[in-house]
Design a binder for this molecule. Structure first.
Ligand code: MG
Length: 382
């Protein structure tokens, strides 16, 4: 039985995690749940799973929740609430699925309290991969990936050292604008928010769906992989695989390639992270190869999707640059969703902000957060 704290219980990954916990009541106990604003769903989840403690962003809502629930559950609020939950003495693992940078401090707090963490929020490793991984090493805890690609690589690596790896191959669906004949570069300015939200193979949150259309999602995942698996950027590769059945692959130094496959369903990587190192039976995911017929692969088009090269550069240079890429992209995606900029301007904006940044190497957390804030102001100006 694993005692699990779930930060971000009402979002897309959060609700999938709840499903996994309901599938496996004798393996997973939810002892802490934190949500942003969705009081109603948090209340429902709390009634069903009886966690020891919960947290919500707004202190006023926390009071309302405490009144509704009585003394059976401790109710916390805000950033402090996230830290309380991340360090609950009885927790074995903390799954962090909060959008944005809010997950960073709780992740570090959990690690320092000796908890394994399962990371769904990309910002944690993109912004502070160096710090997070060195703290995890120092405290002897695991950083497990919830992202399907990184879960795949983790499973394929099977604890082999990075010296045995020739390349990590992240697969990318290619997003809704993969087809060059249908979507030549000249037509990218016509891409609307509605078109960008039609993802071919995964159902996800808003920000990540836009990121999948620009391929920034894959770019962020390249940087995550670099830190999670302690491998330089030059050995992190991307191949487009529209069916999203091969979740990623490891090419070893002897030329052998090991891949992990299944019908796409986020419940699978979530379950693996929460039950690791065991494999626990579940009927949720079934894969019928005959139904797929063929699995195809193609080279990513970095001319139409410059996000991949921007991310490679950010990962190679390192320091505060990945945090800047991430923050500028967040601002750009929001501007695109508010119809203030066009689709190709998302990448153009990120590139401009990156060019202007003075990189600090081996940054402290304060320097990372400062770079993040700088990039947001700079992006808004651009
Ligand atoms: Mg992914």
């Amino acid at each position: 039985m694993k005692n699990v704290v779930l930060l971000g219980s009402t979002g897309s990954i959060g609700t999938s995690t709840i499903k996994v916990a309901e599938d496996l009541p004798s393996h997973i106990r939810l002892i802490g749940l934190a949500a942003g604003n969705n009081t109603e769903l948090l209340l429902k989840q709390t009634g069903k799973h009886r966690p020891a403690a919960i947290s919500i962003s707004d202190p006023k809502k926390a009071k309302q929740l405490q009144n509704a629930l009585g003394t059976s559950v401790r109710v916390y609020a805000g950033d402090e609430g996230l830290l309380k939950l991340a360090t609950l003495p009885e927790a074995d693992i903390v799954l962090i699925a909060i959008v944005g940078t809010a997950g960073l401090q709780p992740a570090l707090a959990a690690i320092r309290a000796g908890k394994d963490i399962a990371v769904a929020s990309k910002e944690i490793l993109v912004m502070a991969g160096e710090i997070v991984m060195s703290e995890a090493k120092k405290h002897g805890v695991r950083v497990l990936a919830v992202d399907s690609e990184h879960s795949a690589i983790f499973q394929c690596l099977d604890d082999k050292p990075s010296s045995s790896v020739r390349n990590l191959w992240l697969t990318a669906s290619g997003g809704p604008f993969r087809d060059k004949a249908q979507w030549p570069k000249e037509k990218f300015a016509e891409i609307t928010v509605e078109l960008a939200l039609k993802h071919p193979s995964w159902v996800m949150g808003l920000k990540i769906t836009i990121d999948s259309a620009t391929l920034f999602n894959k770019g962020l995942e390249m940087i995550e992989a670099r830190w999670l698996f302690d491998i330089e950027m030059a050995r992190v590769q991307v191949v487009v695989h529209p069916q999203s059945v091969v979740h990623s692959m490891v090419e070893f130094v002897d030329g052998s390639i090991i891949a992990q496959l299944s019908t796409p369903d986020m419940c699978l990587p979530i379950q693996y992270a929460l039950t690791y190192p065991s494999r626990v039976g579940s009927d949720r995911v079934q894969t019928n190869f005959a139904k797929y017929g063929s699995l195809t692969f193609e080279e990513p088009d970095t001319e139409r999707f410059p996000a991949l090269n921007l991310a490679r550069r950010a990962g190679e240079i390192g320091g505060t640059l990945p945090a800047v890429l991430n923050a500028a992209n967040e601002v750009a995606v929001e501007a695109f969703c508010n119809r203030k900029i066009s689709f190709p301007q998302i990448t153009a904006m990120v590139a401009r902000v990156m060019e202007r940044h003075q990189v600090a190497q081996h940054p402290t957390l304060a320097q990372i957060l400062e770079a993040d804030a700088w990039a947001r102001v700079e992006a808004a100006r651009v």
